[in-house]
Design a protein around this ligand. Structure first.
Ligand code: AMP
Length: 119
């Protein structure tokens, strides 16, 4: 069950601020408050979806296309396309998802190493 009081839902309702990068009808992107790389952005859909599975299961084709267009627009705005980046999405207990509104992390702006980090 989607928690309407999660932090990203509050950001979408403009109840708390964010450091916005890009936005349109389908997505919002902003800088992570606790960056794990030189550039660490988050992209969220405007709709209320808990995680990647929930989004893929229930979102409309327009919402899905709009979200990935948002990822693309954010990558371009942050100048990450030429040198590369890493996309991560966490879900559930094993994925250690902290905020239960679907989001993709964009990491870049530096060499991120060849391995996924598990701590
Ligand atoms: P996850 O573990 O995938 O749910 O990651 C949630 C991310 O949201 C973490 O990287 C947090 O640093 C980030 N975060 C939490 N609150 C805020 C906020 N108010 N503004 C921006 N990023 C946030």
């Amino acid at each position: 069950m989607y928690d309407i009081n999660n932090i990203f839902a509050k950001i979408l309702r403009a109840e708390i601020p964010c450091n916005k990068i890009e936005e349109d009808l389908y997505f919002l992107s902003f800088h992570d408050i606790n960056p794990k790389a030189s550039i660490h952005a988050l992209v969220i859909p405007k709709g209320s979806y808990e995680n990647a599975h929930d989004f893929a299961d229930k979102a409309t084709i327009q919402e899905i296309a709009g979200f990935w267009n948002g990822v693309n627009m954010t990558l371009a705005k942050l100048n990450l396309i030429q040198n590369g980046y890493r996309l991560i999405t966490n879900s559930g207990l094993h994925g250690h998802q902290e905020v239960p509104h679907f989001h993709v992390h964009i990491l870049g702006g530096q060499d991120l190493g060849s391995k996924m980090v598990m701590t």
